[in-house]
Design a protein around this ligand. Structure first.
Ligand code: ATP
Ligand code: MG
Length: 1024
């Protein structure tokens, strides 16, 4: 169907889409049509004259339809450009070419100024954003526009784009002299234009900048106990961006904090919110602090005139209705003078504004887009303002950056995200840098580093910045345990506890004495922590502290720190709020309460460990819990137990999981005698048995739910999100019987843990449990953040893996050399996949050794790394001495001709290789000749993939010869090379003498549709 027919057939849908859409979209379509001369000025004025959008849309479609097929094609192109793709999914839209670009610069000598403005209208509208006031002033000063006309255009009821269009329309009416003034102005300003700030705004900018600089100077969580200056300890974390638009599927790339607004990884071009997710303590808040510092110090983000920063934790506390102006001024930074003028500037220049929202997961209520709020002046509840800012209903064209734990990111929220990034904590170099920064004395830094690196489990923990800080803080105690000690998360948190208590009591007691002596304080704090978690409360008022019997002395232990108010205004109110050092510390205390308190019993433990249920929205649940149960009230033990159990259901899932891991650790044999009370030990043993039972049952139930294998296939299990958590709990318990029992009934061939957020810490726990598997499995860990440190943690379970898949896991040569070293002694391991990591030639020697040594090895996939010809030559040496490997994947490297020749030579006499991929490897004629010659001798290879290289017609002559003398190859893939009909005919002729080949794929080469038709008719095995 051609474009005019498509429009005709789908007229109703098109009118519905345009009619229900925004005026902004409709006018933006008109801009393009005017620029392409598809509408003349009369038609434009007719279509845009005020009436219902659906009836304007009808008129527009009528006009376009009358203009013929090409006009309809262009209309469809504009539609796809302007309207959000999700609204067009039910339409059939063809694939058309845009009009050729004749002149890139805005001014063209042969055109009148007004024609030039029209020709570049969409661009000009965009460029005028944020400059309307300046342009109007200029046109008024030169006598082109009256004062009245300026006021009319600048009315705040219009969006910045509408103001720009009104300005252009009036310019057109005034004639070419006016248009020339405007054009000169636009040409004189190149690049994104920021208007010159007036004195009032400049003053506000200075104040905002010094406020943010002061707020972000010290690390938030530890500011109460130690003055750690961000600048002194900040180390870049790994920030990974997913790119689903790439040709290779979902690839991940690392980016710097300063590039988060760049074009990389945009998933939804219509959205304006950039999300940074990361697990607890991965450095999200610190990264935002660093961004604030960079802006305030004028080192980055200078496109933004104003940056407004909000902590979601604190936003929960704004309980009255407020307007956007109040939110910005009273809760961020107050303009000392001319508030109206500053606010007007903000409204007029949305593209110069950045909002930061930290800890979206800490909001009491889940994101919803149900209540639309567009007015910058009308008050509403603060959360509604935030939700509408994120959606772009309010302050459209501003940039928003937000951080959250992954668990709070819902599908509804994702609709409004421009892109999503993940913060993966420190790299191994980052760990080193951080420890050096924290310890100015270089010899003690050296000692800690040596200790951390010698202890893989600890090194794994340090990958999470918060742990790295703890380890670096508590290194002395850790060192006492010797380097073969495997610390758990609970061990490390107990160390903080001990560290703080010893510091507080100034005593030289050991852990055994200091904890019992402070049991009262610990119970007060831990009750506060648990009640806070269950009601999603992370900041505690003086009244709440009093109710929980937390005394001044308890506070001075250092676990509670002053909640630093982000707002100028709230510091006026003299309230002294406190929060835990870090949310994970709150979880740790909650766990202490659960393990130490006599009244916490079976049902609370059960609800802590049970799998996630499909439940009513967690925010509804927490809301009812909060209303139903005052923060503190006196209850009988039974009521108390019921209450804890019910309220646990209101807590954030991720916090509960962290708490449960700590409970497991605290009940473990290692720590059961923490308080030195024999009565407690008995109760704790009972709790320990219960938790053990729940974990064992949960995992086994999960295994039982795995569907049986379908005909002929092997049984495979895709782990539930809870699986990794349960495994971590088992690790915290340090009970190898439990680990053994938990996996004793796992009878699968393949264990899939892709996209499960597995980092080094999780690898330690996985290996601890999986090493007890009875039968070897394929362990699929693609798209996680295992890294070199994680690889080391996985080694203990390598012998129970027949395959290990580690695609896109940020692994480098160092990690691989450890993996392969261990693999040499693992007779079960037959397949390794390392697609899309950071491997170079330096690690290939290891694989060559593996091929020589392991004579049952089957598959090696090293695609999308950085291998060159030199690496391939080393690998070829290994291949020559191996006759078991069946699959070799080197897609997307740069082995070139030299590499291809070496591999080809190694395969001439090979008797096992079935599949070889050298796709996208810069292979030219020399390599092609060698591969073709190999086909003459090789008798086993069934599939050869050579797409995306530089093969030409002459090379096909050699392949033809190879095919004539080969009787094993079934598939030859040659798509996306430089082959024309001549080359393909050589192949077709050779196929007359080859009955084994099932297909030769040739799509994306240099042939016409007609030629394809002819050739496929003559030889059906040529596919395109
Ligand atoms: N980039 C960094 N450089 C130095 N230290 C860091 C960095 N990131 C985090 N830290 C350390 O880790 C601690 C915890 O980090 P942060 O509070 O930023 O984590 P978070 O991801 O916001 O956690 P949560 O999900 O609980 O809010 C910081 O107080 C600091 O000590
Ligand atoms: Mg945070």
């Amino acid at each position: 169907m051609c474009a005019d027919q498509l429009i005709k057939a789908q007229r109703d849908q098109l009118i519905a889409i345009l009619g229900r859409g925004s005026v902004e979209n409709f006018e933006s379509i008109l801009d393009h049509l005017l620029a392409w001369d598809l509408l003349n000025w009369e038609e434009y004025e007719y279509v845009k004259s005020p009436r219902l959008l659906s009836s304007s849309s009808r008129n527009l479609l009528d006009i376009v339809a009358c203009k013929g097929t090409r006009a309809c094609e262009l209309f469809i192109l504009v539609l796809e450009d302007v309207i959000h793709s999700s609204l067009l999914t039910n339409l059939i839209l063809g694939n058309y070419k845009p009009p050729e670009k004749t002149d890139e610069s805005s001014a063209s000598p042969s055109l009148l100024a007004s024609q030039t403005l029209q020709k570049h209208r969409p661009d000009v509208v965009r460029k005028l954003h944020g400059r309307i006031a300046a342009v109007l002033e200029l046109l008024h000063r030169c006598g082109h526009f009256s004062k009245y006309e300026c006021v009319e255009i600048h009315l705040p009821i219009y969006t910045p784009s509408q103001q720009a269009r009104k300005l252009l329309d009036l310019t057109k009416a005034k004639g070419d002299d006016t248009a020339q003034v405007l054009l000169d102005y636009i040409d004189s300003e190149s690049g994104p234009i920021k208007s010159v700030l007036g004195n009032v705004c400049l003053k506000y900018q200075e104040k905002l900048s010094s406020t943010l600089a002061a707020q972000s100077r010290f690390l938030t969580n530890y500011a109460g106990t130690e003055n750690m200056c961000l600048e002194d300890v900040y180390v870049d974390c790994i920030l990974e961006i997913s790119n689903t638009t790439g040709t290779n599927g979902c690839l991940r790339r690392l980016i710097g904090l300063e590039d988060i607004f760049g074009p990389d990884g945009i998933l939804n071009k219509d959205a304006e919110t950039v999300l940074i997710t990361g697990e607890a303590g991965s450095g999200k808040s610190t990264s935002l602090q660093q961004m604030q510092q960079l802006w305030a110090a004028k080192q980055a983000f200078q496109d933004f005139t104003f940056v407004f920063v909000f902590s979601c934790r604190r936003l929960n506390f704004i309980d009255k209705h407020i307007s956007l102006e109040m939110l910005l001024f009273e809760h961020c930074c107050w303009p000392d003078h001319h508030q109206d003028e500053v606010f007007q500037y903000i409204l007029d220049h949305p593209e110069e504004i950045m909002f930061m929202f930290d800890g979206f997961d800490e909001l009491k209520f889940q994101f919803t887009d149900e209540e639309r709020h567009c007015s910058p002046t009308k008050p509403t509840i603060a959360l509604n303002l935030i939700f509408n800012l994120l959606q772009g209903n309010l302050m459209k064209n501003t940039k928003k950056v937000m951080t959250s734990r992954p668990s709070a990111v819902t599908a509804i929220l994702r609709k409004y995200l421009q892109k999503e990034m993940t913060l993966k904590g420190f790299s191994p170099e980052g760990i080193e840098m951080f420890i050096r920064k924290c310890h100015s004395n270089s010899s003690s830094a050296e000692r800690i580093l040596y200790f951390v690196e010698a202890n893989p489990a600890l090194h794994g923990l340090c990958h999470v910045p918060f742990f790295c800080w703890i380890v670096s803080k508590c290194h002395e105690q850790l060192m006492q345990n010797g380097s073969d000690f495997t610390p758990t998360m609970t061990d490390v948190y107990l160390l903080i506890l001990e560290h703080f208590l010893l510091h507080f009591t100034h005593s030289s007691q050991g852990m055994n004495e200091v904890l019992p002596s402070q049991v009262g304080a610990i119970l007060h704090l831990s009750k506060l922590a648990l009640d806070g978690l269950t009601s999603c409360c992370y900041i505690f008022s003086a009244v709440q502290l009093q109710e929980a019997e937390v005394s001044e002395e308890d506070i001075s232990l250092g676990f509670l720190v002053h909640s630093h108010s982000a707002s100028h205004a709230s510091s006026v109110v003299n309230n002294r709020n406190y929060e835990f050092l870090h949310i994970t510390v709150q979880c740790f205390f909650a766990a202490l309460y659960i393990t130490l308190d006599d009244d916490v019993g079976q049902s609370t433990l059960y609800s802590l460990f049970k799998p996630r249920q499909k439940k009513t929205s967690s925010f509804m649940m927490s809301a009812t819990c909060i209303e139903g149960c005052p923060f503190y009230c006196h209850q009988s033990p039974e009521q108390h137990e019921n209450r804890s159990e019910t309220m646990l259901q209101g807590a954030k899932r991720s916090n509960l999981q962290i708490t449960a891991s700590f409970v497991s650790g605290l009940l473990s044999g290692r720590h059961r005698n923490l308080m030195g009370k024999s009565s407690l030990i008995q109760k704790q043993s009972k709790k320990y048995k219960l938790v053990k039972k729940y974990l064992e049952k949960s995992i086994q139930k999960h295994f039982l739910s795995i569907p049986p294998a379908v005909g002929g296939e092997k049984k495979s299990m895709h782990a539930l999100p809870e699986f990794v958590w349960w495994i971590k709990c088992i690790y915290e318990m340090q009970d190898s019987d439990l680990a053994k029992q938990a996996v004793s009934k796992l009878e699968v061939d393949h264990l899939k843990l892709t996209y499960c957020g597995i980092g080094p810490v999780e690898c330690t726990a996985l290996a601890y449990v999986l090493k007890h598997l009875k039968n070897p499995v394929g362990l699929q860990l693609d798209y996680n953040s295992v890294g070199d440190v994680g690889i080391e943690q996985l080694l203990p379970c390598l012998n129970v893996c027949h395959s290990i898949y580690l695609r896109a896991n940020n692994i480098s040569d160092q990690g691989v050399s450890k993996l392969v070293d261990r693999a040499l002694g693992c007779c079960n391991l037959q397949k390794i996949a390392l697609f899309h990591n950071n491997l170079t030639d330096a690690c290939i020697q290891n694989f060559a050794k593996l091929l020589i040594h392991n004579d049952n090895f089957l598959a090696l996939r090293l695609g999308n790394n950085h291998l060159t010809g030199a690496g391939a030559e080393v690998l070829a040496e290994g291949l020559k001495q191996n006759n078991s490997i069946q699959y070799l994947g080197l897609w997307g490297n740069k082995i070139g001709d030299a590499g291809a020749c070496a591999i080809a030579a190694a395969l001439e006499d090979n008797t096992s290789m079935l599949w070889l991929s050298l796709v996208g490897n810069d292979i030219g004629s020399r390599g092609a000749r060698a591969l073709a010659a190999m086909l003459k001798k090789n008798t086993v290879l069934e599939e050869l993939c050579l797409q995306e290289n530089s093969l030409v017609d002459e090379d096909m002559l050699h392949f033809a010869e190879g095919l004539q003398n080969n009787s094993s190859l079934k598939v030859l893939k040659l798509a996306n090379n430089k082959i024309s009909r001549k080359g393909m005919e050589f192949i077709a002729t050779a196929l007359k003498h080859n009955i084994t080949i099932a297909s030769v794929c040739l799509g994306g080469n240099h042939v016409t549709a007609e030629e394809i038709q002819k050739m496929t008719r003559a030889e059906r095995r040529l596919t395109f």
